[in-house]
Write a protein that binds this ligand. Structure first.
Ligand code: DOR
Length: 425
């Protein structure tokens, strides 16, 4: 394949470049990145990206693919396909499957399934503890050898500080990343939404913001003690942002992510017992949303991740209290994130960096770049295109999104991945 992309507005944070450029792809790799244009067109298929953004394939450090065990919610095939449609060419799959990805056999299964399907690249995340029970460390090194990119008990916190300390210490031995689902279980106390006036009005059990803040503080203290590499998942609170900012100011090597729903919605979305707005950590207040945006702006929050958490009928048919938490996010993340550039919270380069270069750096993978020689993984995005989200039309099996029926702006038109051009609109 000789594919030439012309007339696009190219944004590549890894080269600190935003402007017009031509890109020639040959044999699945970026052959030429020409800032001045003028690439020879002979024999090339041409994509005219006039009015479009051309950006590196996005990397999601936090996805739930549900296979093995919960295939009615999502499979590796449907999840990785939804990823490509949403612009993610690499996704990291959390281990809360059934069985849990807490051993090399499950890791190998996930990798084999993903490779056989040939959709987005799937990088498994192994569990920190056996069965995610928080009691005994899983075989982290063996899972790393089998292909795990990081370790997390996401979906649940590692409640015991002693186990978390051991995990950070042990993982440090082979420089592995531990991802913290920061929730103090005693403080969270099975709360199903943010604790405050609204939870009291709705008669729902609240989960206080401090449950997140306290756990982030604990894990940062343990990372400092051990020298281990720590990444904080789905930051949702003002206090959480503050603790991470202070840690970074002290020079600690902690990194953090937030998700589009934490800067796009407040707890008000739960009013009316809207189960699609039930997510863990819960949607918070307007002050938290502002703090998350400020954290993104000043670099406290490095990454935008989806926390794609697809669910099936059980999400729609159960009472709010009993329904599972989570938002199906792969196919809306880019549109929602683009709003941050529209509002002036982030520059185009910063925004795309939080979806490409920054997660690549944390994961230490050589992706999320349009540099010459890199594998050709990129998107053609129409930043102006408006559409009304129809959840039923999403590729993901999880139709659970609070954005259903809303007008969103910014659409992935094409994804170049695996030597193919996938057209979405
Ligand atoms: O809302 C959530 N859903 N939060 C998590 O941490 C886990 C996820 C899931 O697996 O459904």
């Amino acid at each position: 394949m000789r594919l030439l992309i012309i007339n696009g507005h190219v944004i590549d944070p890894s080269q600190n470049f935003a402007g017009s450029a031509e890109i020639l792809i040959e044999d699945g790799r970026i052959n030429t990145f020409a800032r001045e244009g003028g690439i020879n067109r002979t024999g090339a298929d041409i994509i005219d990206a006039g009015g479009m953004w051309v950006v590196p394939g996005l990397i999601d450090i936090h996805t739930h693919l549900r296979e093995p065990g919960f295939e009615h919610k999502e499979t590796i095939r449907t999840g990785a396909r939804a990823a490509l449609k949403g612009g993610f060419t690499t996704v990291c799959a959390m281990p809360n499957t059934n069985p849990v990805n807490d051993n090399a056999g499950i890791t190998e299964f996930i990798l084999k399934m993903a490779q056989a399907e040939g959709n987005a690249r799937v990088l498994p995340i192994g569990a920190v503890t056996k069965g995610q029970k928080g009691e005994e460390l899983a075989s982290l090194y063996a899972m790393r050898e089998a292909g795990c990119i990081a370790f997390s008990d996401d979906g649940r916190p590692v409640a015991s500080p002693v186990i978390m300390r051991r995990a950070l210490e042990y993982a440090k031995g082979f420089d592995a990343l531990i991802i913290s689902h920061a929730e103090d279980p005693a403080l969270a106390d099975s709360g199903v939404m943010n604790e405050g006036l609204l939870s009291a009005t709705l008669g729902l059990k609240g989960q206080p913001a401090v449950a997140e803040e306290v756990m982030i503080y604990r894990d940062i203290a343990l990372a400092e003690l051990t020298g281990g590499r720590l990444h904080i998942a789905h930051v949702s609170t003002k206090g959480g942002v503050r603790v991470i900012r202070q840690a970074k100011e002290r020079g600690l090597k902690v990194t953090a992510e937030t998700c589009p729903h934490y800067f796009s919605l407040t707890e008000d979305a739960v009013a009316g017992y809207n189960v699609n707005a039930k997510v863990n950590p819960p949607l918070r207040t307007a002050a938290d949303v502002e703090a998350i945006k400020e954290g993104l702006r000043d670099g406290t929050i490095d990454v935008i991740a989806t926390d794609h958490a697809p669910h099936g009928r059980e999400k729609r048919t159960r009472q709010f209290d009993d329904a599972p938490s989570g938002i199906s996010g792969l196919e809306t993340a880019l549109s929602l994130s683009l709003a941050l550039a529209g509002e002036g919270v982030l520059t185009e380069l910063e925004l795309i960096g939080k979806l490409t270069q920054n997660p690549a750096g944390i994961l230490r993978i050589d992706r999320g770049t349009l540099r010459e020689g890199a594998e050709a993984e990129l998107l053609i995005v129409d930043p102006q295109r408006r559409y009304v989200l129809d959840a039923e039309k999403m590729i993901s099996r999880g139709k659970n999104t609070p954005f259903d029926g809303m007008e969103l702006k910014g659409m992935v038109m094409k994804t170049v991945y695996g030597g193919k051009v996938l057209e979405w609109a």
